[in-house]
Design a protein around this ligand. Sequence first.
Ligand code: GN1
Ligand code: MG
Length: 362
Amino acid sequence: MNINIDQVQVSHVLEAYLCDIKTSKVTPLGNGLINTTYLVSSPARKFVLQRINHHVFTQPNDVINNADLINDHLYNKKQLGEYQLEPIWQVKSSNGNSMVQYKDNSWRAIQFIPNCYTVEEVSSAKQAREVARAFGAFTCALSDFPAEKLSEIITDFHNLDARITQLKTAKQNNSHQRLTKCHELVATCLAETAFISEVADIITQLPIQVTHNDTKINNLLFAKATNEPIAVIDLDTCMPGFVMHDFGDMVRTCCSNLPEDGTNLDQMTISMDIFKGLSQGYIESFNGQLSELEKQSLVIGAQLLPFMIGVRFLTDYLNGDSYFHTQYNTHNLDRALNQINMYQLLKSKREELSRIVSQTST
Ligand code: GN1
Ligand code: MG
């Protein structure tokens, strides 16, 4: 092992998968903000090893169980020729468990798929269309899955009203004396009452679907042979939700020319071509099964996700960075400024976005 990780812990966990730390190479993988992920290459096999952040995922068992249920369903759909992507299995330990507990921490192993790569940034409208088609196909394949079987992994995860309440509480507590640094941004968010009401209204009318809730491009595996997505990964936040959440998170992470923590905000632009690619791919993946209201909701989702995640970053900044991993003192504040700026840009382009969505045939 050539990296600074808790060797004792990893070595215990590896034993549960019949691997020896001395002969295994363990390297960090990906750049998620919550869990810690490694690639393990042992002489016998290669797999992904992940420590589940138990502050965020307080019931790791539920996370793992949900993933098994979803994979089973996707596998059956694939057998029927109704799902073209690959389910990614969790690897059982030598005791036949999908989770390995070591002290306070829960670990799991996930199948490693060879000849694949992940992508951090969308590079064309064509690729955006494929990305959206993959995440859409995932939800579409789960449309006959009994959503009530899934545990609600994080209560109110994409509930805007609840996120606003959390922001108000963080403002009131001001536990890390950071309010002076961000009071204007807090006020900007809280002043968006018309949008907050619009969201509260539409969610009473939209049908519940099984959504992924973290539809960044880096949560797809691409095949080296075709350069197309072959699997949806990171099922941690799969829960009953609304399609506008998944579509909105794709817009949030694909349409801006800046990364989510980029600070040169006067240079931020939104790519309409990428937005169009996402709309086409997402809508067509449902084969006509999206309702008219769900289609219309996509534009609301495009504004909602940057706004809501901006509010979450800001709340975490006020709370002293207890949720998202950060690299420097104002990292969460920079992320929040970026996301709220993106929200405002999308808001100013709403008519154009609506036109694009309504012109996309189902
Ligand atoms: C978190 O760790 P990662 O990158 O998969 C977060 C998402 C946010 C994202 C922002 C469980 O996801 O909701 O969109 O950071 N996941 C959780 O980059 O809170
Ligand atoms: Mg995630």
